[in-house]
Each structure stands twice: as structure tokens, then as C-alpha cells.
Design a binder for this molecule. Sequence first.
Ligand SMILES: *Cc1c(COP(=O)(O)O)cnc(C)c1O
Length: 470
Amino acid sequence: MHYISTRGETAPLTFSEAMLAGLARDGGLYVPQTYPALTREAIAGFGGRPYPHVAQAVIAPYLGGEIEPHALAAMAEAAYATFDHQAVTPLVQLGDNLFFLELFHGSTLAFKDVAMQLLARLMDHALAERAQRLTIVGATSGDTGAAAIEAFKGRDNIDVFILYPHNRVSDVQRRQMTTAPEDNIHVIALEGTFDDAQAILKALFNDKVFRDDVGLTGVNSINWARVLAQIVYYFTSAVALGSPYRPVSFAVPTGNFGDVLAGYIAKRMGLPVERLIVATNENDILTRTLATGRYEVRGVTPTQSPSMDIQVSSNFERLLFEAAHRDAGAVRSYMARLKQSGAFDLSGGDLNAIRADFDAFAADEKTTRDEIARTYRETGYVIDPHSAVGVSAARNALAKDARTPMIALGTAHPAKFPDAVMQATGIKPALPARLAAIMQGRERFDVLANDQAAIADYIRARARAARQPA
Ligand SMILES: *Cc1c(COP(=O)(O)O)cnc(C)c1O
């Protein structure tokens, strides 16, 4: 199994190489050469198995034999032992054919822990084998940074630099990043938006000298290994509701399109997924694209669900590649138009291919608040604003097809967004013990200008992998 770039201008890499690289050198994203198919019997066999066992079965075919089965098993065990629920990602019922997948039982209480805890171990393993050191630079709208810091803090061969938009993440999100005392963790509050942070990240990756000097890599949702780890819970949750003998649909709170892409890949692997519902907040580029065929960048509106406040969805490029029947030239031309004019129009064929699997719904701020209130009123269950965007979209989809079980992905614990929950329900979610500690810890971060050169200098001066000037 090798990995190719969606832009088609780099040589194929192995799994570990693609994981350690993050973004491809031609600016594209790595995708596997094929999607391994699981038989119905194999999928049915996941029923009742522990989460790490299913993870091993789903992930192993993507590794091309690079990692020994017992090593993968040990890493999956250790990664999911950091979760505080026996099932790792338990499913609860909210209504007729409406289910809710709790993905927030990891150490930062958001779904990014699911992938990041495994990624940190896979990377550490690959680096130890190569006797190599790397520098991770990540851009975060909140949760990715915290999850990366939790997963990578204290690791010997990796320094972590996290850029987040200054004053645009919640207090809890910021404290989760800034209270880690470990020396290999560096937190940068960027004077700009999440998209500015992401643009700087992309520019740093495209600076081949800088990239090689510091051994740059990324753990943003563009990293293939993260998408891979997220495929697992689509299988566990669908099987719990009767798959492969019964189809299910998923509603996914979406920002960078990594999570819902994992659901698409689960479908390509043989999971009977009826519909994939892209749920966006007011930053609705994907909902507009599915409705009109035009992918058009607009400004970012800050919302109650900041982890979905995006202008562009990086992982959408992977879906474009598939929709265009893996024509890298078509992807390059879409991306060139996006760069030039901030928009492109999907071809009729590509749009139809996407619509064959996906629907999309956007929830504005009032709809999100109303959904938190409604779910609480009807069930006594409290959801966070990101999850509420998903549940709202799930209800819209159920109105069209009430027969297929719908699984709405719960991407964050309500205690991470107490103000939004309070506003909608009048109650303040209790802070889990895991979070109480960070509300006391000393914060450590630097505020830097929205300036690529300044950020690059900052990283060079601190990264242990940085090549010293001769
Ligand atoms: C990151 C995140 C999302 C969006 O996930 P993508 O993979 O970027 O689409 C949704 N909700 C929460 C809480 C998140 O942290």
C-alpha cells in the first residue's frame, strides 16, 4: 500500500513516510492508492469486540506491512486506555432512529483525541525506528491544538508549535493548550483568524528550505493517519445498530472535512452508509457548495462552535480527487482557480458524484441554541454547540428519510462550552475532574503578529531539530 498526492506531482510514499510528511510537497494531500474492502463477515465480526481490536482490523490494511501487528495492537490499546469510557466511543439514543455518538471521552474532551492519541504513538514509533527528530507545527481553531499537546507533550523526538487565533477560542480551549509545562510544547497566539493561521502553516510547508531545516511535519486534519484513525468509529457505531445487515446514515459537524471524509472512506471500504450529512454552522462554504456547485470563499464569522469556524475545508480536496475519478490534473486546476479568484465551479459530473453520497445543512446561531434547548427539553441530555449543529442537521435529514437510523456525531463535551450551554438551557454543565486541574494551571504562550517570517524565526530559534547555521 502506497500513498499518492491529490495533485499528482510527487512520488508515492509508504504509510510512515506519508504520516511523517503531513502535506505533500506539491501542495496536495496524501491518499491511499486504493481503499481496502472489508467483507460483510469481517464487518459483522466487529460486533461486541473491544474498540482497539476493531481499530486494528480497520487500520492494518493501510499500513502496507510497515508496522508489526503486535506493535499496532499495543499502540491502539495504549491510545484508547486514555479514554474514560469502557466503550471508548459510546452510542446513546436521542429519539426515533436518532442516535448520538459520544466522541469526547478522551483527555481534552473533544473528538480529536480519538485520532491524535493514536497518531502520536504511530509517529513516535516511526521516528524511533529512524533515529530521527521532527518539528510539528499545527494551526488550530481550538481543539486540534489541545489534542496535539496532550498527545505529544514530553515526547523525546518531537517539538510541537501550535498557532491559534488570538482571542478566538474558548477559555477552556486556551487553557488546555497553554497550561502544559513540558519544554517541547510551544503555544503561539496569532493576531489573526484560524484561516490566517492555516495560511501561514501552508506557506511554511511550501517553503522547502524551512521545511527541511526544522524537519517540519503537520498533525492537522490533513494528516492521513488522523483521517485513518477516524474511520474506526464509523464501523463500531454502525455495527452496534445492525450493520452490515442494516444501512445507517451519519450527520457530522464539519469544519475541515476530516471527520466526514472518514465516514466516506468507511463506505468505500464496504460499510453500508446510506447518507453522509455535512453539518455546518454559519461558516457554510460546504453547504453552499452542495447546493450550488460553487465553492466560494467568504469571510469567517465567529460562532458558538469555533472549531467549525473555517473559510475553506482542506480535506475537501481529497473528496474532489475521488469525485473527479482521481484526476490529479482536475484537482490542480480547481485549486489554481481557488488560489487565483477565491472560488471555483464544480463540473456537473463531479457535483453529481458528491451529491450521490452527501447532503448538507447549515445551522445559524439561533438554530444551534434552539437545538441545545430542544434536546435538553425532550431528553434531559445536554449537548455542546458543535454537536448541536450536527443534531440539527440529523433532524433535517430524518425529515426526508425517517427509516434509516441516523447517527449524529457528538464532537465535544458540553462542559467545554459552558456559556453557550448556559444560554440555551439555563444550566451550567459540571466541569469534569479532568478539566478542573487546568483551570488552575499557569498559562504559557506568546502573542505573535500575523507574519510568516516572524513565525518561521520563532520556530527556528526553538526547534531542537533545527539545523544550526554552519
Ligand atoms: C475539529 C472539530 C470539528 C470539525 O471536524 P473536521 O474534521 O475539521 O470537519 C467539529 N467539532 C469539534 C468539537 C471539533 O473539534
